[in-house]
Design a binder for this molecule. Structure first.
Ligand SMILES: [Zn+2]
Length: 202
């Protein structure tokens, strides 16, 4: 999906309804920064906000995701295109999650192997042992970092209280307690903290 095009379309439709970013954000009960993020192509509206947004802007979801007004003929073609994009997003999220787990596993193995070698191979010079240990730790830290980035970017987290879906910022993601498919996070919409389920789509 073309975020820049969608963003421009949202701005255009908002102005057509003679709304400021602030007025639109108040109607949707979100911050005006979020509207600005959408309009500059830096993010898409969450699924839970799409219908209310479309209602206010007098457009349909298909037009929102296409970033333009659609005639009846175009409507069906675009609907299929947009549906395929959503399926693709889900697949990409899944790939990221699998890759994230694989990277984390591989790096833990690297750390273990390096540590074992530097402890048990007695003939190895001291300097090499130190190098092995340092290398193991660096590989582990890098790997965990990559795994975290991939996991955070895959799909969204769903608030346990209000069902709002969002991508947490890096700090709260890392600080949040983790239960495999859930993470303790604060919801940007209702402000409540809860265990949020990791979802594959927006
Ligand atoms: Zn919430």
């Amino acid at each position: 999906m073309d975020q820049i095009k969608i963003g421009r379309f949202i701005a255009e439709m908002r102005k057509e309804q003679q709304l400021t970013q602030r007025q639109l954000s108040e109607q949707l009960d979100i911050s005006d920064k979020t509207i600005s993020k959408w309009e500059t192509g830096k993010g898409l509206p969450e699924v839970s906000l799409m219908l209310p947004l479309c209602e206010i802007l007098h457009i349909n979801v298909n037009e929102l995701l296409s970033g333009e007004r659609l005639s009846t003929q175009e409507y069906y073609r675009k609907a299929e295109e947009n549906m395929m994009n959503l399926v693709r997003e889900k697949e990409e999220s899944k790939k990221k999650l699998i890759l994230s787990a694989a990277v984390a596993g591989l790096c833990t193995a690297m750390l273990l192997i390096c540590t074992m070698i530097s402890i048990y191979v007695e003939t190895m010079p001291y300097a090499v042992k130190i190098f092995m240990a340092v290398f193991g730790v660096v590989a582990f830290v890098t790997g965990v970092g990559i795994a975290v980035v991939l996991d955070r970017e895959a799909g969204t987290f769903e608030c346990g209280k209000c069902g709002h879906r969002f991508t947490p910022d890096m700090k709260s993601y890392v600080m949040g307690a983790n239960m495999i498919t859930k993470r303790y996070l604060r919801c940007p919409k209702c402000g409540e903290s809860s265990y949020c389920r990791h979802k594959l789509t927006h």
